[in-house]
Design a protein. Structure first.
Length: 281
């Protein structure tokens, strides 16, 4: 005989929520590979407690989303990279494709073990990017333009600005944004340990946004980091590591002051007509 219309076979095992509940009950506690790694890096001083905690929180969010069916192809792609001598290049390439931010500027610098390529985040490139992204601009550079005239009026008689070319710009009260450059050693290995190692880190920020209460984490923009023990001193015929860095930084800041893309590189060499840099001019 046929079954009663509208009534099928009884489902085995109950509904979806019931089956998930049984899976959770049957699941055995297991040590987390990520937890082991984070605790190891914390003990070695490679990462701080704050960093470890934030990564653990991000992992938990992913796990909770995965329980609801979410997948993470970007994380899969990162995890499946072939680990080798140039894995960092692959990671940088992935980041460049996923981020609209300007790529780090690569420059050869002299170190105690020879000339090595170094990466810098040029202030003028970040400045231009943020201006095009107004929500970023307001968060990191200038949330309230009305504060600019007030700032410059208050600085009119500052001895450090006596004779500054700023005063010759008619639009300085409404267009010029004061920035600060900061350099200091920051612990990066053995954090909290007696054998802690620090890197000399250079960064910059908008003084206006700082005065308006922007947090350090939000407004400080990284430029370059250097382990001083590897810095090459300047000689009679060759510039040292810090000299090269400050030449590049001065060139970038001059571009910000002039408000145009540089037509020459930091060494003063003109860009070729077909170069990507020349097309920005």
């Amino acid at each position: 005989m046929r079954g009663t219309p509208g009534r099928g076979k009884k489902r085995k095992g109950g509904g979806l929520h019931q089956r998930r509940a049984r899976v959770d009950e049957d699941a055995a506690d297991a040590p987390s590979a990520l937890h082991v790694l984070l605790m190891t890096w914390l003990a070695q001083g490679i990462m701080s407690g704050v960093q470890v905690h934030k990564i653990a929180q991000a992992a938990k969010r992913d796990i909770d989303m995965a329980k609801n069916g979410s997948r993470f192809p970007d994380l899969d792609q990162l995890a499946n990279l072939q680990h080798g001598k140039h894995v960092i290049r692959s990671v940088h390439s992935m980041l460049a494709k996923s981020s609209p931010l300007p790529s780090p500027f690569r420059a050869p610098m002299p170190y105690t073990d020879g000339v090595q390529d170094s990466l810098l985040l040029l202030p003028h490139e970040l400045f231009a990017y943020m201006y095009e992204k107004q929500h970023v601009w307001e968060q990191k550079i200038l949330a309230d333009p009305s504060k600019l005239p007030e700032f410059w009026d208050g600085m009119r008689n500052h001895p450090g600005l006596a004779g500054h070319p700023l005063w010759n710009r008619e639009d300085h009260r409404n267009r010029c944004i004061p920035i600060s450059i900061h350099g200091d050693e920051v612990p990066c290995f053995g954090i909290g340990k007696i054998w802690s190692r620090s890197v000399l880190s250079f960064s910059w920020c908008s003084m206006i946004q700082n005065a308006l209460g922007g947090s350090c984490e939000t407004i400080m923009l990284y430029i370059f980091g250097l382990f001083e023990k590897f810095a090459q001193s300047s000689g009679e015929t060759a510039a040292g590591t810090k000299d090269i860095f400050f030449r590049i930084l001065s060139w970038s800041l001059l571009a910000m002051w002039e408000g145009v893309w540089p037509s020459r590189d930091w060494r003063g060499v003109p860009y070729t007509r077909d170069s990507a840099e020349a097309k920005l001019d």
